[in-house]
Ligand binder design. Structure first.
Ligand code: ADP
Length: 501
């Protein structure tokens, strides 16, 4: 199958979150299955220059002239590939829109022209597909930044000879980010205002690009089965639960996989000693190494808790704040790595300043350190308010670092609670709770501490997590089934349209 994936970020070119991991790991897995996959991303020169692992780029001499509102904007197409994979990456180079310090935000402020930037990018992807004669069977768009693509395909591309049956898939990685803009931005899309209605692109008087993707795509996916159900409720749907329920027969949750070439303790170049489910000795070495490196007392007997995360309310930092006092009365060590909301950065930094022998906080983004924390910690904390899929709990499971999670979204689909001995001897791999409260988190930290003292039971929990297959192979096979459904649905629709004519 020929597949084009469009995303606003993809590892190793650019990354602000889980979307970037998915946008390269899924194509990689699909290409290993024999599919022909290309990725489109914007070229962010400043981000690229800062990134020592960014692959080289070739200018292929193609200039696009993209219509955005009243303007025609020129862009170059650069070409690269994913390391160790037969996946072509096309980067849309338009310095006016993308040569900036951040991807979407600078100094905590969204770029004021975000709508224009990603309307441009969505149109550029469609133009480039035609110019490069890629003729994909599937165009797979992701999140609001490329939510316009399914609409452009439906309204324009299918009128072009050869693209009449072009099928689209749209994946929602996080309902909280919808790309909502004032209604006049509809003019930027160059689509007819007839589409600006409550069933398609409009949301309470605003242009909504996430809703646009949901309305026009042939199939919709999101990143875990539980999240697919949750987003059809008012609590998690952020106002779009109605739009999603209307398409519930075409909405499927597929749990993300993990790129096990990057996240594997048996081969990880960042960690002090490699280890595996067959020999966990190296994990103790990694624990001592991270304690030493971060200035915590080097002790094997104390349970070491880790967190690597955007520091935002979504990730449940308020719960850590609520139980910090009682928690730090116990014999525990905590490591925090992340950045985000200044409130939580200050709170976590203060905990470290007040308890230097118990807490280490690193503010910032640090890939090697994130691997070292995963390898060195005993327990991983992820008490999210909501979590579409979550990757770090799966990295933790692979690294034998037992997760404590709130049972929402992908956390509920990947972590099985150690509620009793039968489960511990069977499939349990962590601790889960439902109430979004500090005492519920604290109670589960206490459960983890007592089980940590039972070395045999703890080892079983670790191995249950480490031995399950978390790779992209399983998820990629599910995506292929969705692509096939999208192609079949499109064929059916165009046959019906043909009969109507
Ligand atoms: P989200 O996409 O909501 O931020 P995920 O758990 O799905 O959360 O993915 C987050 C990704 O970003 C993971 O790969 C995680 O390791 C990484 N990450 C987050 N914060 C940091 C940080 N400060 N340093 C290194 N990696 C980080």
């Amino acid at each position: 199958m020929r597949i084009v994936v469009a995303s606003s970020e993809a590892v190793p070119f650019s990354k602000t979150g889980g979307l970037a991991d998915v946008a390269s790991a899924l194509p990689k897995a699909l290409s290993l299955m024999g599919h022909d996959v290309s990725i489109f991303v914007p070229h962010y020169p400043q981000v690229h220059a800062r990134n020592s692992t960014a692959p080289p780029l070739d200018d292929i001499g193609v200039t696009l002239r993209v219509g955005v509102g009243q303007k025609t904007v020129e862009a170059r197409v650069l070409k690269s590939s994913l390391p160790d994979a037969r996946v072509t990456v096309y980067l849309i180079d338009q310095p006016g829109y993308f040569d900036r310090p951040g991807l979407y935000v600078e100094n905590d402020q969204d770029y004021r022209d975000n709508c224009e930037r990603f309307v441009f990018f969505s149109r550029a992807v469609i133009d480039a597909i035609e110019r490069l004669h890629l003729a994909p069977q599937i165009i797979h768009a992701n999140d609001w930044q490329t939510g316009l693509i399914p609409a452009l395909v439906a309204a324009e591309m299918r009128q072009i000879a050869g693209y009449e049956q072009q099928a689209t898939v749209f994946t929602i990685h996080n309902m909280a980010f919808q790309g909502r803009f004032w209604h006049w931005d509809m003019n930027l899309t160059r689509l007819d205002w007839k589409y600006f209605n409550w069933r398609q692109m409009e949301f309470f008087g605003h242009l909504n690009l996430l809703k646009t993707g949901i309305s026009f795509a042939d199939m919709i996916t999101t990143v875990s089965p539980t999240y697919a159900r949750e987003i059809q409720t008012p609590e998690y749907g952020y106002g779009l639960h109605g739009a999603l329920t209307a398409r519930k027969d075409d909405l499927v949750g597929i749990l993300n996989g993990v790129d096990t070439e990057i996240w594997n303790p048996a081969t990880d170049p960042h960690i002090a000693q490699k280890y595996s489910a067959d020999d966990l000795d190296g994990k103790a070495v990694c624990k001592a190494a991270i304690q030493k490196q971060l200035g915590l007392p080097v002790r094997a007997d104390v349970p070491l808790f880790g967190s690597i995360s955007r520091m935002t309310s979504q990730k449940g930092f308020s719960l850590i704040g609520q139980c910090a006092d009682v928690l730090l009365d116990q014999d525990v060590q905590l490591i925090f790595l992340g950045s985000g909301d200044p409130r939580y950065e200050a709170l976590m930094s203060q905990l470290a300043a007040d308890h230097p022998d118990r807490v280490s906080t690193t503010i910032g983004y640090n890939e090697p350190l994130s691997h070292q924390i995963e390898a060195g910690c005993d327990v991983f904390l992820m008490p999210s308010e909501f979590e579409p899929c979550g990757l770090n709990q799966m990295y933790s499971l692979i690294y034998g670092t037992v997760p404590i999670v709130r049972a929402v979204g992908g956390l509920a689909d990947s972590v099985i609670d150690a509620s009793d001995i039968n489960r511990i001897n069977g499939t349990a791999n962590g601790f889960t709770f439902t109430d979004f409260r500090g005492d519920a988190l604290f109670w589960n930290i206490s459960r983890a501490r007592s089980l940590f003292a039972d070395k045999a039971a703890w080892r079983r929990l670790q191995l249950n997590g480490m031995r399950r297959d978390w790779s992209w192979k399983r998820s990629a096979a599910e995506y292929v089934r969705i692509y096939e459904r999208a192609i079949a649905a499109r064929r059916r629709d165009s046959e019906c349209e043909g009969e109507e004519k």
